[in-house]
Design a binder for this molecule. Structure first.
Ligand SMILES: NC(=O)c1ccc[n+]([C@@H]2O[C@H](COP(=O)([O-])OP(=O)(O)OC[C@H]3O[C@@H](n4cnc5c(N)ncnc54)[C@H](OP(=O)(O)O)[C@@H]3O)[C@@H](O)[C@H]2O)c1
Length: 286
């Protein structure tokens, strides 16, 4: 069963109002941005949960044909059912981004069932919550292989196809504010996300001549399976809200505008850019 993510965030906002003793702002109810993605064929990795799962729905509602990839196929099939109930089609494809052959198979399946991918959202990711001194080599390698190398592999496989076909495309790498600044007990994650930001710039330089734009989206803190432990008793999330100029945690819909901009031709002159959606915390007062 799905966790009521948004209500947890709201509860956290109410709690942090007491902790920081300051008015926490409610998320304004805004109509979703209107962007037409018809004709686009999008692949979202990390689609079985959290942000990737949300991105599938946002892109599908904007008219894209969307494939969602992750290791847990049952989760993806559940998402496809939800999309169908909204009259949208989502193609569930099992893929492990740490394995090149697995991504290759997923792309072949998408091509056969929907067509060639021209929008790639690299959202598959994980974090190991351990101090630097406790980190094992295997921990570091898993984080790098998923967050950085997974983005590298999927981007390369999609870009090679687009270049061979002479077609334009857009790649959106989901980075993190932890790639710009650092936090304790997340050294491998911070390093992987900083590398994703730099990879974004390097790929944009090489792929622009092929009309493939590569940009990054850096979210602040959102309550998902990966971050849920931060929203518990230990107060990290509350303390982050206290330091966030917008005085609230993120809700998934806060990311829709940036995602749709980067996926659509509205960002046709943007490449190598990073959009930070964090309520202003990176710009917080010292
Ligand atoms: N939540 C936040 O506050 C936050 C902030 C900044 C950035 N981000 C980034 O946003 C992205 C999504 O994270 P989330 O917070 O939504 O976490 P999440 O709910 O835990 O989702 C992570 C997703 O990645 C997939 N995944 C993990 N390893 C994979 C692999 N080897 N192959 C394919 N898929 C894999 C998982 O699917 P399976 O387990 O089914 O494979 C799952 O769908 C990550 O890149 C994360 O770093 C999150």
């Amino acid at each position: 069963m799905e966790r009521p993510v948004v209500s947890t965030v709201r509860l956290m906002n109410i709690l942090s109002e007491h902790v920081v003793g300051e008015q926490v702002r409610a998320a304004p109810r805004a109509a979703p941005p209107r962007v037409d993605l018809s004709g686009k064929i999008a692949l979202v990795t990390g689609a079985s949960s959290g942000l990737g799962r949300h991105f599938v729905k946002v892109l599908a509602r904007a008219g894209a044909t969307v494939a969602g990839a992750a290791r847990r196929l049952d989760r993806l099939e559940g998402l496809a059912d939800e999309c169908r109930a909204e009259d949208q089609r989502m193609l569930p494809v099992q893929a492990d981004v740490t394995q090149r052959a697995s991504i290759e198979r997923a792309l072949q399946q998408i091509e056969a069932e929907a067509g060639p991918v021209n929008v790639l959202v690299n959202a598959a990711g994980l974090s190991i919550n351990k101090s630097f001194l406790e980190h094992e080599d295997d921990d570091f390698e898993l984080v790098m292989s998923t967050n950085l190398e997974g983005t590298w592999r999927a981007s390369q496989l999609v870009a090679r196809r687009l270049v061979a076909a002479g077609e334009p495309g857009a790649i959106i790498n989901i980075a993190s504010i932890f790639g710009h600044r650092v936090a304790k007990n997340a050294s491998s994650y911070c390093a992987s996300k900083a590398a994703v930001l730099h990879l974004t710039r390097a790929l944009s330089l090489e792929l622009a001549r092929h009309d493939i734009r590569v940009n990054a989206l850096s979210p602040g803190l959102f309550d998902t399976e990966m971050t849920h432990h931060m929203f518990g008793d230990h107060g990290f999330a509350e303390s982050m809200v206290g330091r966030t100029p917008c005085r609230r945690a993120g809700e998934f819909s806060d990311l829709d505008g940036a995602l749709l901009l980067l996926a659509s031709d509205a960002s046709r002159f943007m490449s190598g850019s990073v959009i930070v959606v964090d309520g202003g915390i990176l710009n917080g007062s010292l």
